[in-house]
Design a protein. Sequence first.
Length: 276
Amino acid sequence: MNRRLPGMVTIITGASDGIGAALAEHLAAQGGRLILNARGRERLEALASRLPGKHQVVPGDVADPATSAALVSAALTHFGRLDTVVANAGYGLVRTVVETSPEDWQAILATNLLGTTHLIRAAVPVLQRQDALHGWRGQVMVVSSALARRGRPEAGAYSATKAAQLSIAEALRVELLGARIAVTSVHPIATATGFVAATEAHGGRWARTGAEPVQPASLVAHRMVAAMVRPRAEVWPHPLSRLALGLGTLWPTLFDGYLHRRMRANAACPEDRPGP
């Protein structure tokens, strides 16, 4: 049974830019009711002010469990229900595995991984208690990455957090199957967002070759909205990436060679392009 977007109550973390902002625009245009989260209030309020409808702004760091609790509370207080939670907040880190310090690991895990699990723990009990609507009690959507299927050289920590998100989504999907709560993981490739600037704020330079494809955030958001209406296990906005990475699991040594050649090309002729 298809879910209906008008009136759908959705929490979006990392909503101030990129995929999160594009998703908010798509949902608001369809009559959705949103709870928007990011660390900065000013950008969130600017986004909410240009969206049709009335939406709630809840700034805060997803690494703090209290932020997720506040998001769920805002949904119930202002809208009386929670239909979808989108764990989208995260950042990249350009480091080799050896160069990644314990502090680097703790920080990126706190945001990308624990930020996701905090939201799941806060939201799922609420979804389990409420009545089904259009055949579903709710949905958990986790914005992972194509790198969840294959770690990227010089981004091992970031790739690891994305792989962990996928593993969590896969386990949770089965755990909640009987409760009629959908769980969907999303796997973008390079996306035209503020990802590069956010990554470089944490050090390093995310370089890409000009031949690599880049998707607009609006396309990723469009595919996510389609998976909210008709829930599915995974969303791959760039289908060929799913095929290529699937083949990479069958022939890992060949894929290693390809990635090594690409890494050397990036080092020789770096070009700023959006990251995955």
